[in-house]
Design a protein around this ligand. Structure first.
Ligand code: FES
Length: 202
């Protein structure tokens, strides 16, 4: 509740219902990655709004889960750039390796695989986000893994299973600062300086 108070302190008391997303996010992190009806009702009570005002937000945004997810919830980007760069193969590799269907949780409760639309990382497509609920709200992380291959995404899953922290971000060492894989093929030399007048000789 101290975190709830801190969140509410950012809003004027007559607009506290604007904190609904922040409170849903907190409740989801505290509850292992998903929102039961009881949590949404509690948030409605805290905000002094009818329950439906909270349900309509929680069911609109795909980052809120209305059913159980794994301690590591793996979200494969399914929008066009990632799709063109092999998102389906990434998802297939995950589902086959974990022996689950999309949105199913593995028997040990550790992993689930969902889909998300563009996560703003298209330049390094294909990518996944990993929501890590293993450490509660205090240790929650939401990391991106980019430039994936089916082999690499399985390696990342196994590192997570062993409790390791895979390096986040681009997974292709030959890409530097989102440049072309294998290095630049154009603009290989320093650009000519801009022309200027020699003012001293005027
Ligand atoms: S399309 Fe996948 S991050 Fe934008």
């Amino acid at each position: 509740m101290s975190q709830v108070k801190e969140i509410l302190s950012h809003y004027p008391s007559n607009y506290k219902q604007s904190a609904v997303i922040a409170l849903l996010d907190l409740a989801q992190q505290q509850h292992g990655g998903w929102l039961p009806v009881a949590a949404m009702n509690k948030i409605a009570q805290i905000l002094g709004v009818p329950n439906i005002r909270v349900y309509e937000v929680a069911t609109f945004y795909s980052m809120f889960n209305r059913q159980k997810v794994g301690k590591y919830h793996l979200l494969v980007c399914g929008t066009t750039p990632c799709m063109l760069r092999g998102a389906r193969d990434i998802e297939k590799a995950l589902l086959e390796h974990l022996k689950v269907k999309r949105n199913e949780v593995t028997k040990d409760g550790l992993f689930s695989v969902g889909e998300m639309e563009c996560m703003g990382c298209c330049v390094n497509a294909p990518m996944i986000a990993v929501a890590d609920y293993t450490k509660g709200a205090e240790g929650f992380t939401y990391n991106y893994y980019e430039d994936l291959t089916p082999k690499r995404v399985v390696e990342i899953v196994e590192m997570l299973r062993r409790g390791e922290t895979p390096p986040v971000g681009p997974q292709d060492p030959s890409r530097i600062r989102s440049g072309p894989s294998g290095g630049n093929t154009t603009l290989l030399s320093d650009p000519k300086p801009p022309p200027f007048r020699d003012l001293a000789s005027c």
